[in-house]
Design a protein. Structure first.
Length: 172
């Protein structure tokens, strides 16, 4: 419990806000056209509630991760306890993902069909950007490159670094 309180204070200090004012900052849903004041307040309420719950779950993940590290370096590590702790961490992560999906769907249900189109476009753009960041891909002149794709968009031979050519093809 003490660790959680300390984490909350540290997070408030890192955000540059005085402690206890996190709910005073309005969460603006950027880019959604023609939001009514009622929609804005409902969205703000949903997001702030979710972020509070996510903060708590992340704190729990941090505690479990510290316990896991301690178990891993023990003189006689208990394999089953390590597995249980790993499962607990995975379950906490799943709870965070479920909370975010629930919030997303709740916000989407508050929007008009025109607003949903804009909202969905933003979500898919963000998902694609996150996917590229995870895989190390970056756009180059409209093409996607990655660790095994050259700037021309061709697969490279891992040993020579030259464009891959299939030696079994005889039409060249």
């Amino acid at each position: 419990m003490r660790y959680r309180i300390v984490m909350l204070i540290v997070l408030a200090a890192m955000s540059g806000l005085p402690a206890g004012t996190a709910d005073a900052v309005p969460l603006q849903p950027r880019g959604i056209p023609d939001l009514t004041e009622v929609q804005n307040k409902q969205i703000e309420s949903l997001r702030s509630g979710t972020e509070t719950a996510v903060l708590q779950l992340r704190s729990d993940i941090g505690i479990k991760s510290a316990e896991l590290k301690k178990m891993m370096v023990a003189d006689q590590p208990d394999r089953h306890a390590i597995y249980r702790t790993m499962d607990d961490i995975a379950e906490l992560g799943n709870r965070i993902r479920r909370l975010r999906v629930d919030t997303h769907l709740d916000i989407r249900s508050l929007l008009t069909p025109e607003q949903r189109i804009v909202f969905d476009q933003r979500v898919f753009r963000r998902m694609n950007r996150e996917k590229r960041q995870r895989t190390g891909q970056r756009p180059v002149h409209g093409r996607i490159t990655g660790p095994d794709v050259s700037a021309r968009g061709h697969a490279d031979d891992a040993e020579t670094g030259r464009p891959f050519r299939d030696s079994s093809r005889t039409d060249e």
